[in-house]
Design a protein. Structure first.
Ligand code: HEM
Length: 406
């Protein structure tokens, strides 16, 4: 098992294209011991254990994310442990979100998805990643968050290379670090220039996007971020927005297209306008190949996981902990009949967006973007897979689909 944890670290990226292998390994690990602690590493694969790791302050993120964030997009609250700096920065960002934003983001996702699908309709084939799932969140970053980028290609490259380095360069691959550094050297001055330009715009017009709101916040009672703080925070948010949603759309779509009964549920829900059932089918499909199979944490002080249960286990200070949200979502102690596709599971069966302090800031946006994307693409008649997802490292790059041209 020590060997398995080492392989998990070194091969996780390669295993992303084989979710059933990964799931089998997590099931096996959970059966042997839901909290495996070996050689400075721990693998936690039960629902209860993962929940405890993600919600207990003994397990932090600073040692995992902070240095790479500071080197690339800048210090960001996902890399901070609980404390005044986290509270201030996370709450300043959350303050500029408004209830109507969900509708705005939904409209951008819907319009983009249907335009792409309608353009492909007469052709009969489509790349559901490069020509679809990656474009939808890019438009949201441009139109809602207010960061157009010099071009789509530059924006997508910056987001991907920096995300890869911060969250997925588990093997410290030098090429990944170099690409992220090159992107950071372009992104940082670009964002500072954009902030200056938006300030000038604010004097003239009534533009409203997320970046403008962070700028306006500077003048409000209580103040906001300084310009560099705006750069760090808008940068952190957009880096987390594109390849996450793109991958989740691609994974959910592929899983639905592999399961005729599940596809039928999703397609019927989409046709009948049953958004609750469609959403259920999309997040259930994603359970079979989640965006994020494990979340890393650093054990900052000795902690007994499962204290008071028959399976208490000490995790020593300094342990690098892998909390397998993928494994947890197949733990039958929490999830009824985990091997069955069920579109009506309670939402607390899912850990797609983490838990606790760092639970995903974009969750409510994802809740509308993913179903809108899937609804549009399922409108293509006789939609079917033409092969599997092709990856660029950990990121879906292409997924060929075919349908009857009309
Ligand atoms: C389907 C797409 C997405 C998935 C599956 C996802 C998943 C996650 C997960 C698992 C975490 C917790 C990380 C951890 O605990 O280590 C997280 C945090 C976060 N996500 Fe997402 N995410 C998605 C999209 C987005 C989007 C679109 C945004 C921005 C609009 C976003 C912004 C964030 C931020 C800022 C945090 C940190 C929150 C905090 O520290 O308080 N995510 N996300």
């Amino acid at each position: 098992m020590a060997e398995f944890i080492e392989r998990l670290e070194s091969q996780l990226v390669g295993w992303l294209g084989a979710p059933s292998i990964l799931r089998g390994l997590f099931d096996e690990a959970r059966a042997v011991d839901p909290v495996l602690v070996v050689g400075g590493r721990a693998l936690v694969s039960s629902f209860a254990g993962v929940t405890e790791v993600l919600t207990d302050p003994s397990f932090g993120v600073k040692e995992i994310y902070a240095a790479r964030m500071e080197r690339t997009s800048g210090a960001f609250f996902l890399g901070m442990d609980a404390g005044p700096a986290y509270d201030r920065e996370a709450s300043l960002v959350r303050q500029v979100v408004r209830p109507a934003d969900i509708g705005t983001v939904r409209s951008i996702a819907r319009a983009t998805a249907w335009d792409l699908v309608d353009a492909a309709r007469p052709v009969g084939t489509m790349d559901a990643v490069a020509g679809f799932s990656r474009i939808i969140p890019t438009r949201i970053v441009q139109q809602f968050f207010g960061v157009p980028g010099p071009s789509d290609a530059d924006l997508m490259r910056w987001m991907r290379t920096i995300f890869w380095e911060i969250f997925l360069n588990l093997t410290n691959d030098a090429a990944v670090a170099v690409a992220a550094d090159a992107s950071s050297h372009e992104l940082s001055p670009y964002l500072m220039g954009l902030i200056e330009a938006r300030k000038a715009d604010r004097l003239k017009g009534s533009r409203d996007d997320f970046l403008c709101r962070l700028i306006d916040q500077q003048k409000q009672p209580g103040g906001g971020f300084d310009d560099d703080g705006i750069r760090r925070n808008i940068g952190g948010i957009i880096v987390g927005a594109v390849d996450t949603q793109s991958k989740a759309i691609a994974h959910a779509l592929e899983q639905l297209l592999k399961r005729p009964a599940a596809l039928e549920i999703a397609r019927t829900a989409a046709c009948e306008g049953n958004d609750v059932l469609l959403r259920g089918a999309v997040f259930e499909a994603l359970r079979y190949n989640p965006m994020n199979p494990v979340l890393p944490r650093f054990c900052q002080r000795d902690h007994v996981l499962g204290h008071g249960t028959g399976r208490a286990k000490k995790v020593p200070q300094g342990t690098l902990v892998f909390a397998s949200t993928f494994g947890a979502m197949f733990d039958d102690a929490k999830v009824e009949a985990p091997g069955e596709f069920r579109a009506d599971r309670p939402s607390d069966n899912y850990l797609h967006f983490g838990l606790g302090l760092h639970r995903c800031f974009g969750e409510r946006f994802n809740d509308v973007v993913l179903p809108e994307a899937i609804k549009a693409i399922l409108s293509l008649p006789e939609l079917r897979l033409e092969g599997a997802i092709q990856y660029d490292g950990p990121f879906p790059e292409h997924l060929a689909v075919r349908f009857d041209p009309r």
